[in-house]
Design a protein around this ligand. Structure first.
Ligand SMILES: [Fe+2]
Ligand SMILES: [Fe+2]
Length: 205
């Protein structure tokens, strides 16, 4: 996996993956739900561009992310069923819910915050896939995790690039960088507060 520096302020210890992989079907189930939610989020953002018209690439980027996430969902559900697991009906993700609590309501700030929260979730997932690809002893799963690392890295870059494009149209390049730093700091507090367990966005016990 080529070196790539993520902006995250807290690094996940490898022990997280050892603990999460102790229940691979539970981890795959959580993961499948996250892929479904990521697809829904991209489709939701598709028509939420700032007026009067979307930044260049907006529709193409959201469509591409949604398509990738649906493919990831299909892949993860297949892996889950081959291992004797099944997708549960309900799912909760306290990490994403806490991040969504940071979103300011209304207008451009809301759009920028939604893009940043999406970028944070992609960046953290990307970090976790790199660790899973290294630590997982199931060769098939490790290969899948490595492929997802590359895809989620691309999604993180798309979302943060769109947030910067939206801000640039308002002449708010400096404000958006300071908001991004605030968001990164909040994400660090939120991720370390998560319960341990076989979930993509848990913390270590
Ligand atoms: Fe994905
Ligand atoms: Fe993604």
């Amino acid at each position: 996996m080529p070196a790539f520096e993520l902006p995250l302020l807290i690094t996940t210890p490898d022990d997280w993956a050892v603990q999460a992989l102790a229940e691979p079907c539970a981890l795959l189930n959580d993961h499948a739900h996250l892929e479904k939610k990521a697809a829904q989020n991209a489709l939701e953002l598709l028509h939420r561009w700032p007026e009067p018209c979307p930044p260049e690439n907006w529709v193409v980027a959201m469509t591409a992310v949604a398509k990738d996430e649906v493919e990831h969902l299909a892949l993860v559900v297949r892996l889950l069923s081959r291992r004797g697991g099944a997708l549960t009906k309900s799912h909760r993700n306290d990490y994403a819910a806490a991040l969504r609590g940071l979103i300011r309501g209304g207008g451009e700030p809301e759009t920028i915050d939604r893009l940043m929260v999406s970028a944070l979730i992609e960046a953290r997932s990307c970090e976790r896939f790199e660790i899973l690809a290294r630590v997982c002893t199931d060769e098939k799963l490790a290969t899948v995790y490595g492929g997802l690392w590359a895809s989620e890295k691309g999604h993180y870059l798309s979302f943060i690039d769109l947030a910067r494009q939206v801000a640039a149209r308002q002449g708010e390049e400096a404000a958006v960088e300071s908001r991004w730093q605030q968001m990164l700091a909040a994400e660090a507090d939120i991720i370390v507060a998560q319960r341990p367990g076989p979930r993509m966005h848990s913390w270590v016990g």
